[in-house]
Design a protein around this ligand. Sequence first.
Ligand code: ADP
Ligand code: ZN
Ligand code: ZN
Length: 812
Amino acid sequence: MVAGAGSGRQDALFEDAVAGCAPDVRADALAGFASVVLDIPTRSLSEPFAYAVPEPLGHAAAVGSTVLVTFGSRPAVGYVIARSEALGQLSGAEALDPARVRPIRSVLAPPAFDGPSADIALWMAREYVASPSECLRLFLPPGAAPRLKRGEDGAYRLDRPQAKPASARWVSLTEEGRSFVPDARARRQRQLVEALACGPVTTRELNVLYTDMSAAIRALERRGVVRVEERRAWRGLDDGTTLSSAQSVPPAELTRGQREALAAIDEELELRRGGVVLVDGVTGSGKTEVYLSAIERVLARGEGACVLVPEISLTAQTVGRFRTRFGSRVAVFHSRLSAGERLDQWDMVRTGAARVVVGARSALFCPLENPGIIIIDEEHEQSYKQGSSPRYHAREVACEMARRRGIPVVLGSATPSAEARFRAASGSFRGQPWRLVSMPERPGGARLPSVIVSDLRREFSGGSRSMFSRELYDGLMEVVERREKAVILHNRRGFAPFLMCRECGCVPTCRHCSTALTYHERTHSLECHTCGASYRVRPYPEPGSACPKCGSRYLAKMGLGTQQVEDALRALLPDDVAVIRMDADSTRGKDGHKKLLEEFDAAECAVLLGTQMIAKGLDFPEVTLAAVVMADYALKMPDFRAGERAFDLLEQLAGRSGRGERPGSVIIQTYLPHDPVIRAVSAHDRSVFCDYDAAQRSEALYPPYVRLARVVATGRREDDVRAYLRTLVQALRPDLAASAGKAGDAIDSSLPQVLGPVPCVIERANDRFRHHFLIKAALDFDLSAPLARALAGHPAPIGVSVSVDVDPYDLM
Ligand code: ADP
Ligand code: ZN
Ligand code: ZN
C-alpha cells in the first residue's frame, strides 16, 4: 500500500512552508513518480508514500537511492523503493491525485539496493514486525547513510556520513615508457621503472620502498614515461597472516561426500528453483572445500557468491582460505574493520571489483550484483539471529532471497539445527525444496578423536579439589611429553549462577517447570524464571545448604573464570609450555585475535585456553588434545535450545583435536556424565542426543515443531509493564483464535497459545523491569500479522518500551 503524502488529513500540514527548503518544483516538469519509505524514527510509518520526481532528478532518484522529501511540515529522509511513469502504476497510489503529490526535493545518496532487495526489506518488515525503514537501512553503505537530526533550536540538520571513500595515487608505465631506458646516473628513475615493470604501484608503496620517490615520479611523468592516476583505494584488504593453515591448495581429489554435495549444488544451480542444500558434515570433513568449489562454478557462470560465516570464525584462517583461492575478488566484512574499511569493502562489492563476499550476518545485504549462490557456514550458530530490531535470522532471510531470485542456498554444519534437520527431512519448508547431503568422513582417513568423559563427582568424592581430573592431568602431561598442542575450553560467558551438588551432580530444577533454577545472590534464593516460583536453598558453606536429591551439604555455587584456569595451568605445566588465553578480554584491539593464534601456531608446545571462540573453526593439525574444564555450564540453561547449543559446542571442540596425522583425544569434565549430550559426543553418535531432544521438544511444543514469537516489555514501573502486556494479550487472543480457524493442519489443538505474561529470566536491566509473553503456533501460522495489528491498536504507553521477536532465540 502506498499512501499519498499530500492526501487527506495531511493537506493542512502541506500548506505550511518548510523552513530552509527549496520551493517545490512545478508539477509539469516531472519525470514520473516514486514510492518512498520515510525514515522517521518517532513514528510508526509502515507504509511507503508517493512522491513526484522532478525532471532534473529523473535519473538520480532511482530505486535504492536516499532522498530528501517534505513530510507534513518537516523535511524527511526517505528511500526510493519503486519508480513509475504514472502515479496509477505505483502499487496503492492508484486513487491519488497527481496534482497533490509532493515532489522529491533532492537526492542525498546514490542507489544502494535494487528492486528485489527492496522487496526483501519489505518482506522482513512484515515477517519480523519491524519498520520498513530499519529493514532498508540494512542495505545501505555501512557508516555512510545520511540522517536528519533535529537540533535544540528545533531546526533539522542533515547528518552526513562519517566514513569517506579514500583514494590512492597509482603510478604505471605508459606505452612509450615501456621502451624507456633511463640514464645510468639517474638511479631513482631506474628504480622506479624497474618497480613498475610488473604493473601499477601506489605512490605510497613506492615511497615506503624507496624512501622518497616523488621527484622521480614527477620527472618521468613530465616526460610521458609514467602516468599517475587517482583510483579508489580499498581499505580493509590487508589480512596478511603467518598462519600456515590459511593457505588453501585445492585437494588432488575430492572425497565421496564432497562430490555428492557438489553434485547436489550443481543440480540446484541448474534447476534455478531456490532450493536449499543442507551439508551435514562432521568437523574436518572438508565443507569449506565444498564451498570453495561451488563458488568457482558460480564465478565461471558470471555470477557472484555470498558466504556467511559466524563472527567467531571470521578469523585470519578462514578469510585466508578464501583469499588464496579468489584473491582480491573477495570482500570481507567483520566487526574488527574500521568504518572506512567497511565502506571500502562494501564499495568493492557495489562496483563489481569483488564478486565473492565473506562476512558475518550483515554481509547478506551488501549490493552483490547478480548473486548466484548464498552459502551459510555453521548454519546452526545463534549469531545469525540479530539481537536488536529488526530481529531477523540470516538463514531465514537467505532462504527468502534465494526463493525470490531462484538461486540455491547451501547450509553447512557439523551439528545442524533442529530446524534445518527437520526441514531437510521433510523435503520442503514453506514451499521451498530442502535436501540433505551427509559427509560422515574426514578426507585421507583422518580418524575422529577418542573421547574420555571425566566424572567430576567421582573426582570430588575421591577427595580431589583440583579443577583438573586425573584424566585431564595425564592428558596434558602426555601432550607436554610429545611436544604437541592442546586446546582447553572454559566457557563462562553470560551464564546466570546456579547451584550444583558436588556429590551427585544434581542441579536443582523447578517443581513445576523442570527448568534449572537460578541462584539469586541478593535474596539468597533459587528462582524459577519460567513460572516465578522461589525456593529457599542456600549454597555451601552457608548453614542449611542441602542437595534436594541426596541431602549432601556440598551444594556449591558454580562460577569459575578463564583467568583462574589460566593460573592453574601455568602452575601445573613446565615453563617451556606456552599458555595462551583467548577470551573477550584478551582479544581486544584490532588484531588481538590473530596475534594470539599466530603465537599458538608458532609455539613448539602450547596450550590454548579460552571461551567458545577457541572451540570453533580453528584448524591446527598439531593439536592432539581438546578438553573442556566444565561441560555443565552449557548443559543446564533455562532454555529449550540449551542442549542443542551444548552439543554443538562440545562437538566443535572435539573437532579441533586430531585434524592432522596424529590421532587426537578429547576429555570432557562433567558432573553429568549420563546427560544425552555427553553420551552423544563420547559415542560419536548424534542420534543419542537428537532423538532425546526431539522427543522433549515435540512433547513440550517447541520449535522446530511449532513457531514461537516473544513480546518483551520494559519500563521503570513494573505495574505499567505488566498491565501493558496484559492489554496486548487480551487484544491478541481473539485475533489468534480467528486466524487459527484459517490455518491448516495444526499439530496440536491447543495452538495457537499465549504463555504469560511473566517476568523475564533477566528480570531487571538498567533499572527497567522486563516482562514477556510467548506465542506458540502451528508452523504454517502467520504470527506476524496478528502481532502487528495488536501493536498498531495498542501502542506502548509512555515509559514502557515493547519489542517483538518472531522466531526468538533469546528467551532470557
Ligand atoms: P570443515 O570445514 O568440514 O571443518 P575443512 O574444509 O576445514 O573441513 O577441511 C579439513 C581439512 O581437510 C583441511 O585441512 C582441508 O584442507 C582438508 N581437505 C579438505 N578436502 C580435502 C580432500 N578432498 N582431500 C584432502 N584434504 C582435504
Ligand atoms: Zn546431591
Ligand atoms: Zn517454574
